[in-house]
Design a protein around this ligand. Structure first.
Ligand code: BES
Ligand code: MN
Ligand code: ZN
Length: 499
């Protein structure tokens, strides 16, 4: 779908569908909604007066214009309580409207910028573009025929604004929204794609393509290179797979060591069977999404480049498949990591932290200002939080505060948990520096403690997003399936760091 901005009046647009909005409790619409209402001889006011439509968030009503204006249909979308309008509500309203437009079979849509009076115009316009693209997203998959109820998305959406002085800000917001939405959609595609078609090599190819399109630097280290670097812990996970593991390295302003350096590290287990400590079969298919951290990091790097953020940003995505077999790592095995630290395997299913261990050692070479890792790491996180928030751990309060602020602003929710010293007791090994599982007690805390063990003195935060990668519930801006969680969080975090 093509999104464009036009200075004009909404009622004049010759399109299949016009979208306006209404705050809850408003009896007489004003602004563009008011102009449409007048052109329709009070049809919107009449629906409100009838009590059939109140402007609640998520509510919509459809009117037929019967020749009163060039567009045959008007969709009114509710914005909820006017005192409580957030960017999240504006994004959701845009998503609801876009999906409704598709359901109606509209090819061309004209819309106002939802909440443009209440929010800053750039913010509101960004939310409109994000909501539209995120809401219309679907993973087309590999069916030989489209499903029966399949409808194409609209071809064009024209954002219409009368006030000339708002247009520059709206253009800025649209450009940011496009960059962010492209990133979220990329991450969703990477996660939704089945593991046989999203191997470490393919993830690397996708990262390379993104780098070429955006000007990022790209490198991917294979098995031989990682072994030569001494990454024995990462390599232990990859050992049994026929698929070549990849340490993907993306860089934005990679040579600019005069700039603050942020390193993002994402777990990229393209399929997690559990290995020798094999998982139960029923829900195992979900583990195609065990590279959602890597997807978020790759997508965030693309956005950093598209927005030309004045930072040096490095994205590390260690990618491997975790499979059982004759060469696979076994419980009790001991491996040595890149910086010489050793680790005992208790469960081969605690593989994500093993990838992160060597990637976090590698991160030190950039002399980072801060390092943030993100991973679908523990079932315990999912049990504790459900699909409401990811958990964040940090060895630095300022870094934690910045991430929590970015979470609030972006809608990718985070909740901070402690890195108690005592969690280290659970992962003490008899034969190595540390063991990779502390058992069932404090499953999140001890996994974070394990990862902390492999950090190299820099400010560091760890995000466990196990419950957020793929959702079964359909939400306006987040259709069922891969969410793209983390992309907007990282974008907002990096932007705030740029100021
Ligand atoms: N990838 C899983 C965690 C996960 C679970 C992600 C559910 C998304 C949804 C991870 O590699 C894992 O298997 N963790 C184990 C660790 C345990 C063996 C110490 C877990 O949490 O059970
Ligand atoms: Mn696992
Ligand atoms: Zn895993």
């Amino acid at each position: 779908m093509d999104i464009r901005v036009r200075q004009s009046s909404l009622v004049e647009q010759t399109v299949d569908l016009i979208v306006v909005d209404l705050f809850q409790g408003v009896k007489e619409p004003s602004g563009a909604t008011g102009a449409v209402d007048r052109a329709l001889d009070g049809a919107i006011s009449a629906v409100i007066a009838s009590g059939d439509f109140a402007g609640k968030a998520g509510e919509t009503t459809l009117l037929y214009t019967r020749g009163a204006i060039p567009a045959p249909r008007v969709l009114v979308v509710g914005l909820g309580d006017p005192g409580k309008l957030t960017i999240h509500a504006a994004r959701a309203a845009a998503a609801t409207a876009a999906r409704k437009a598709r359901e109606l079979g509209a090819r061309s849509v004209a819309t106002i910028v939802h909440g443009v009076g209440a929010l800053e115009p750039a913010v509101a316009a960004g939310a409109l573009v994000e909501g539209t693209r995120l809401g219309l997203y679907r993973f087309e998959g590999y069916r030989s025929k489209p499903p029966k109820d399949w409808k194409p998305s609209p071809e064009t959406m024209t954002i219409v604004e009368m006030a000339a002085d708002r247009l520059p800000a709206i253009e800025v917001g649209v450009a940011r929204g496009e960059a962010v939405a492209a990133g979220v959609l990329l991450a969703r595609d990477l996660v939704n794609t089945p593991a046989n078609l999203m191997t470490p090599t393919i993830v690397a190819e996708r990262a390379d393509a993104l780098a070429r399109a955006t000007g990022l630097s790209f490198e991917a280290l294979g098995r031989a290179e990682c072994k030569a670097l001494g990454m024995g812990i990462f390599m232990a996970v990859a050992e049994e797979s026929e698929q070549e593991p990849k340490l993907i390295i993306l860089g934005h302003n990679a040579e600019r060591d005069d700039l603050p350096t942020l390193v993002l590290v994402g777990k990229g287990v393209t399929f997690d069977s559990g290995g020798i400590s094999i998982k139960p079969g029923e829900e195992m298919w979900r583990m195609k999404g065990d590279m959602a951290g890597a997807a978020a990091v790759i997508a965030a790097l693309g956005i950093a480049a598209r927005l030309s953020l004045p930072l040096r940003v490095i994205g590390l995505a260690p990618c491997a498949e975790n499979l059982p077999g004759g060469r696979a790592q076994k419980p009790g095995d001991v491996f040595r990591g890149m910086k010489g630290k050793t680790m005992e395997v208790i469960s081969t299913d605690a593989e994500g932290r093993m990838l992160l261990a060597d990637a976090l050692a590698y991160a030190a070479r950039y002399n980072p200002t801060a390092v943030v890792d993100i991973a679908t790491l523990t079932g315990a996180q999912a049990v504790a939080f459900g699909p409401q928030a990811a958990a964040v751990f940090a060895n630095n309060d300022d870094l934690a505060a910045k991430l929590l602020a970015a979470a609030d602003a972006s809608g990718d929710r985070l909740w901070r948990l402690p890195l108690f010293d005592e969690y280290a007791d659970a992962i003490k090994s008899q034969v190595a520096d540390v063991k990779n599982s502390g058992g069932r007690t404090s499953g999140i805390g001890s996994s974070a403690k394990f990862i902390e063990h492999f950090t190299e003195g820099y400010p560091w935060a760890h995000i466990d997003m196990a419950s957020m990668a793929m959702l079964d519930e359909d939400k306006p801006a987040q259709p069922k399936g891969a969410t793209g969680y983390g992309v907007r969080l990282f974008t907002t975090f990096l932007e705030a760091w740029s100021k």
